[in-house]
Design a protein around this ligand. Structure first.
Ligand code: IPE
Ligand code: IPE
Ligand code: MG
Length: 242
């Protein structure tokens, strides 16, 4: 098979459709989240095989607290399990795991688990996996704005000196390239408050496939779709000048 080129350096995924996947089989939504965590393991494997250095996944949004308490609890229990079971495997595969989002909202054991996972994998460099938990794009921007205001207040920065790089540098995901490709499964065509700043020029790929069904072939379909895109960044690209 033809190699896919160019490949994105950073892929972001809104992993949506777990609940509907379960409901279609007459099972509880938690069954879908369980299957969704398996789909994530497969996706990480495929992204590693394609030598893509950055993957950012939306696991729990700042609005997902609006779900019934039992579902939130099931999701958090699932994270806790993943933190103990999957981290070892990710570490062995050279994956560096980072969490983005407001982790203060989580229980002490969960926060400790996240910190341990980050420390354990900090030296790995095959793939950086950013897991967005209690993440919201607006909250990310608000937090960055507050931090810049504090720098101004301390006299370290003047308001007229603030540039895009200052704001970008205060976001949860500072210092890594912005996503080239965003995949959203589950059929909805919206961002749902994911990386609002960083997605400004990202190519968007929407698919009806529900997240638990997302396979290596679906990853490749998205990568091929990306390879066909012409990115212009507001310029003229390959278009002939008149
Ligand atoms: C995505 O699947 C997982 C999370 C948001 C945590 P959903 O749970 O949103 O599944 P649907 O969209 O209801 O099918
Ligand atoms: C987005 O999915 C968040 C995650 C996948 C974690 P949602 O299911 O929460 O999004 P909406 O509610 O359909 O916009
Ligand atoms: Mg959903």
């Amino acid at each position: 098979m033809e190699p896919i080129s160019p490949l994105p350096q950073h892929v972001a995924i809104v992993m949506d459709g777990n609940g509907r996947w379960a409901q279609r089989q007459g099972k509880p939504r938690s069954h879908g989240h369980q299957a969704g965590s398996e789909a994530l393991r497969r996706a990480v494997e495929t992204i590693l095989e394609r030598h893509i250095p950055y993957l950012t996944v939306y696991a729990f949004s700042s609005e997902n607290w609006n779900r019934p308490t039992v579902e939130v609890k099931q999701l958090l229990d699932l994270f806790m399990k993943a933190l103990t079971r999957d981290i070892r495997e990710l570490d062995e595969h050279g994956v560096r795991v980072c969490f983005i989002g407001e982790r203060e909202a989580f229980s002490r054991p969960l926060r400790d688990g996240m910190r341990r996972a980050e420390r354990r994998t900090a030296g790995n460099n095959k793939l950086q996996l950013n897991v967005a938990v209690n993440y919201g794009g607006r909250a990310d921007l608000l937090r960055a704005a507050r931090r810049l205001a504090e720098q101004v207040q301390r006299g370290e920065l003047r308001p007229d000196q603030i540039e895009a790089k200052h704001l970008a540098g205060e976001l949860f995901m500072a210092d890594i390239p912005e996503p080239d490709l965003l995949i959203r499964t589950g059929g909805e065509q919206r961002l749902s408050n994911f990386l609002l700043w960083q997605l400004a020029y990202t190519e968007l790929h929407f698919t009806d496939v529900l997240w638990p069904d997302f396979s290596a072939e679906h990853v490749d379909t998205a990568l091929r779709d990306f390879a066909r895109r012409e990115r212009r960044f507001g310029g003229l690209g390959q278009v002939q000048h008149a």
